[in-house]
Design a binder for this molecule. Structure first.
Ligand SMILES: Cc1cc2nc3c(=O)[nH]c(=O)nc-3n(C[C@H](O)[C@H](O)[C@H](O)COP(=O)(O)OP(=O)(O)OC[C@H]3O[C@@H](n4cnc5c(N)ncnc54)[C@H](O)[C@@H]3O)c2cc1C
Length: 388
C-alpha cells in the first residue's frame, strides 16, 4: 500500500458510525476484504438517528424489496445473540396496523397479498379481531387492520454494539471524533477522504451518514436526495397491566404509534408538515398535538406520567426508500442511506448486501436494483406506502 508519513491508507472507508456503518464494517471485515476504517465524527458511535429510534422491526411493507430486506434482517437479528455474542432483547410482540378508511384497507389488502407471496403470513383483521388483540384502544372509527406476530422490537444499542465489537475483533479500525471533510477523486475514481485528522487513501468509500448523507454526498459533488426530518417520541412511566406482549400498534392515518417500553408505553407521531432541518429539540406544539391524539386512541394514557421524551431525525428520500449500492458518478463510491424511518430494522441485511456489492462486485443475496441511485434519474422510483 502507498502512503506518506501523514497519509493513512485503507481498502474500505465507511463514513458514519450508526447502525449502517457498523453493520457494513462488520460484514466487509468478515469477508477479509483488507483494511476497513469506520469514521464517525461524533465522540461516540450511535448518536445520530440510530440513538433516537424506537426499535421496531416489521415485515409489513408495500414493496417487495423492503419486505425482503426486513425478512433477512429479522432472521439475522434472531441469530444475533449466538452469532454476534450480544443480546438484542428481541420481543416478537407483533405489529398491528389500525385502518380507519376503505381506501387504506384496499391498499393493505394488496400489500398483504404481496407479503403472502413472499412467505410472510400477515393476517387481515376485522374490528372484532382487533378488539380481541388490542382491547385497550379506542376502536369505534376503525374499519380493519393487519397483524403479523413475527414483527416486533429489538434493542438498537445492543445491535450497534454487537456489530462494532465483532468488526473490531475482525481487525476493522473504528474511529470516533473524526469527521470526513472531503471525498477525493481523480479521473472519475475515488482516491480517498480528508478528515479532521488528515488524509486517508482508499479505493472504496461508503456513505452511511444517515440524515447527513445529503451533506456528505456534496463532498463528492453528488446529489444524494436525503433530507433530515425531525420525529418525536415520548415514553411513560410504568403502567399497571402493560406488559411485553402489548403489540406495536399503529394508527396509520395519523402516523401515531405505541409500543411497550420498560413497563410503560413509548409513543410517537410523525408531523406531516415538519420542514426538513437538523433541529432535534422537542417541538412543544407538536408534543401537545401528539399527546392529545395518543390519549384519544389509547385512553389509559390520560393518567400516565411522561418519563422522558426526545426528538431525532429520519433520513428521508423522495420515495421513502433507501439508496443502496454503488454510485454511478464515481468508481469506488457507494451509498447505504435514506431509510426514511425504517433503517434500524434493515441494518443487518443492508450491511450484508453492501459488503457483497464491494467485495463480489454486485449484491446477490437480495436484488437491490429498485434501490439504486439511478432510479431517480430514470424516473423509475416506486414509493413505499407503509411509512410511519
Ligand atoms: C424518532 C425515530 C424513531 C425511529 N424508529 C425506528 C424504528 O422503530 N425502526 C426502525 O427500523 N427505524 C426507526 N427509525 C429510523 C432509524 O433510526 C434510522 O433509519 C437508522 O438509525 C439510520 O441509521 P444510519 O446508520 O443510516 O444513520 P445514523 O444512525 O444517523 O448514523 C449516521 C452517522 O454518520 C455520522 N456522520 C455524519 N456526517 C459525518 C461526517 N462528515 N463524517 C463522519 N461521520 C459523519 C453521524 O454523526 C451519525 O452518527 C427511527 C428514527 C427516529 C428519528
Amino acid at each position: 500500500m502507498r502512503g506518506t508519513a501523514t497519509t493513512r491508507t485503507a481498502d474500505v472507508v465507511i463514513i458514519g458510525g450508526g447502525i449502517m456503518g457498523a453493520s457494513i464494517a462488520y460484514h466487509v471485515a468478515r469477508r477479509r476484504a483488507g483494511r476497513v476504517m469506520l469514521l464517525e465524527r461524533a465522540d461516540m458511535f450511535g448518536t445520530g438517528s440510530t440513538g433516537a429510534n424506537a426499535g421496531g422491526m416489521r415485515h409489513q411493507f408495500s414493496t417487495a424489496v423492503n419486505i425482503e430486506l426486513s425478512r433477512l434482517s429479522i432472521a439475522m437479528m434472531e441469530r444475533f445473540p449466538e452469532e454476534m455474542h450480544q443480546e438484542v432483547d428481541l420481543n416478537f410482540c407483533g405489529y398491528l396496523f389500525l385502518l380507519d378508511n376503505e381506501a387504506d384497507m384496499a391498499v393493505f389488502r394488496r400489500n398483504v397479498a404481496l407479503q403472502h407471496r413472499l412467505g410472510v403470513p400477515t393476517r387481515l383483521l376485522n374490528p372484532d379481531d382487533i378488539r380481541e388483540l388490542a382491547p385497550l384502544f379506542r376502536l369505534d372509527d376503525i374499519v380493519g387492520g393487519t397483524f403479523y406476530d413475527r414483527d416486533g422490537l429489538a434493542d438498537p444499542s445492543g445491535a450497534l454494539q454487537g456489530y462494532l465489537a465483532q468488526a473490531r475483533a475482525l481487525g476493522a479500525e473504528l474511529r470516533t471524533g473524526e469527521p470526513v471533510t472531503a471525498i477525493r477523486s481523480v479521473a472519475g475514481r475515488v482516491t480517498g477522504v480528508s478528515t479532521s485528522a488528515g488524509e486517508i487513501d482508499a479505493p472504496v468509500v461508503v456513505i452511511a451518514a444517515g440524515p447527513w448523507s445529503g451533506e456528505v454526498g456534496k463532498l463528492a459533488g453528488i446529489d444524494l436526495p436525503v433530507q433530515p426530518v425531525r420525529r418525536q417520541i415520548a415514553v411513560t412511566r410504568p403502567i399497571p397491566g402493560i406488559d411485553r406482549s402489548f403489540p406495536f400498534t399503529i394508527d396509520f392515518t395519523r402516523s401515531l404509534y405505541f409500543h411497550y417500553e420498560s413497563g410503560g408505553i413509548l409513543t410517537g407521531m410523525s408531523d406531516p408538515d415538519q420542514p426538513p432541518g437538523f433541529d432535534t429539540s422537542v417541538d412543544p406544539d407538536w408534543r401537545l398535538a401528539h399527546i392529545e391524539q395518543a390519549v384519544n386512541r389509547l385512553p389509559l394514557l390520560e393518567t400516565a406520567e411522561i418519563l422522558t421524551e426526545w426528538a431525532g431525525l429520519y433520513e428521508v428520500t423522495p420515495d421513502d426508500q433507501p439508496i443502496l449500492g454503488r454510485l454511478p458518478q464515481l468508481d469506488g463510491l457507494f451509498a447505504c442511506t435514506g431509510f426514511s424511518g425504517h433503517g434500524f430494522m434493515q441494518g443487518p441485511a443492508s450491511g450484508l448486501v453492501i459488503a457483497e456489492e464491494i467485495v463480489d462486485g454486485r449484491a446477490h443475496t437480495i436484488d437491490i436494483d429498485p434501490l439504486r441511485w439511478d432510479r431517480f434519474e430514470k424516473h423509475a422510483a416506486v414509493a413505499e406506502y407503509n411509512v410511519i
